[in-house]
Design a protein around this ligand. Structure first.
Ligand code: UDP
Length: 378
């Protein structure tokens, strides 16, 4: 099956990291069409996945945009739809991986007469999308998609609640290659990062207000001096004000010696392994939460904010801990609990590891994706 994948981003977010694994399974008979050059293009090239940057223009529509912005950007969008339509004729299927890609891919699929599958990796709710964009997205999926693959039950439910056709949607969880997370660092990262024997809490996510790094920083102020935090990730979509706010917060709380900002890193598994605990702090429902499964595969205990897909990944007190979102006091209590109960924490990390191995392998995900795509042509 020849597939034209479409993704709007030039950056390496969770959706793009997931697509790298999906597209690998269809290489060389696929093309990943992206709307921006950048780190994602480099990652595709390094995995020898065929790709093409489809436009040099920047599309001025984001998740908060209204109708006027969408109409105003027609000058950039129309040539791109024409390009996708032309390319689409050479493939059996158009497979969209992000919301902007869905809108453009939907129109192109109609024009070139090829089926469209959308991989839904967003919670279609007011917290994440403007009303205009929710309408566009749902209309495009209902009218043009042969099937919608949701990355969690939470994304599927939000899609249906927003008006999406329930008959078109099915859930396929993200998959991971366990061996990637069992890597051993050649250098002593703990020493390199001057962490000594302190209790290291890691946070792995792009820096964005709804990812809630500020909640962890505030929680840290309630923990003992021997608890420190690593913040791994950078602002990917222009959230520089938030980054500045985080640095000010650290300074104001007198935590400069206990918080390290590492920026965007590609050695996630190695960094997770220097952590005693991994936390996730999103204040809005998380569509899936790749970092949670990655930490489990690194055999690290996880605390995740309740909401969206996280409750499908963790059973509280068994395979990790769930914390109400936006509650630093509660988070600090859970961090302290983990710090003071090493045996229970170790047991939870092991249970999480075995759960992730059983439920979230790439092999299982790819099998399910192949089944879903075969059904489109049945
Ligand atoms: N990640 C990374 N480098 C960083 C920070 C994060 O490679 O510096 C990865 C992380 O390991 C995970 C992904 O980015 O695989 C984030 O996916 P998630 O589902 O947690 O959140 P999203 O970015 O999709 O909202």
């Amino acid at each position: 099956m020849k597939i034209l994948f479409l993704d709007q981003s030039g950056k390496l977010g969770g959706a793009e990291l997931s697509l790298l694994d999906v597209a690998s399974a269809f290489t060389p008979d696929c093309l990943v069409g992206i709307f921006q050059d950048g780190a994602f293009a480099q990652a595709l090239a390094s995995r020898q996945i065929p790709y093409q940057v489809l436009t040099q223009a920047t599309i001025q529509v984001n998740k908060d945009s209204g109708w006027a912005d969408s109409i105003g950007s027609a000058g950039q969008i129309l040539p791109l739809i024409a390009t996708i339509t032309r390319l689409g004729r050479k493939y059996d299927l158009i497979y969209t991986n992000t919301s902007k890609a869905l809108i453009l891919g939907a129109l192109a699929s109609r024009l070139c007469g090829k089926p469209l599958v959308h991989h839904l990796r967003d919670i279609v709710s007011p917290e994440h999308f403007s009303a205009a964009n929710r309408t566009l997205l749902i209309t495009a999926a209902n009218w043009c998609a042969a099937h919608v693959i949701a990355n969690s039950k939470a994304t599927a439910a939000a899609f249906v609640e927003a008006g999406g056709n329930a008959k078109k949607v099915s859930v396929v969880y993200n998959g991971f290659q366990p061996q990637v997370y069992q890597t051993i660092s050649e250098t002593d990262l703990r020493t390199d990062l001057e962490l000594g024997s302190r209790f290291v809490v890691g946070h792995f996510s792009r820096l964005a207000p709804w990812k809630g790094q500020h909640i962890l920083i505030e929680a840290l102020a309630h923990c003992s001096e021997s608890v420190v935090a690593l913040l791994v990730g950078d602002a990917l979509f222009g959230e520089q004000d938030y980054v500045n706010t985080l640095h000010c917060q650290v300074e104001q709380l007198g935590l400069s010696h206990r918080v390290k900002f590492l920026g965007f890193r590609s050695d996630i598994a190695k960094l997770m392994q220097v952590c005693d605990l991994v936390v996730h702090t999103s204040t809005a429902p998380e569509p899936f939460g790749r970092v949670i499964v990655e930490a489990m595969l690194c055999q690290r205990p996880v605390i995740a904010a309740t909401g969206g897909g996280t409750v499908e990944l963790i059973t509280h007190g068994e395979t990790g801990w769930l914390c109400p979102p936006g509650q630093p006091q509660k988070l600090s209590e859970l961090i302290c609990h983990s710090y003071h109960q090493p045996e229970q924490t170790q047991a939870i990390a092991q249970a999480g590891y075995h759960h992730a191995l059983a439920q979230f392998t790439l092999e299982k995900t790819n099998q399910m994706l192949h089944q879903r795509l075969a059904q489109v042509f049945a």
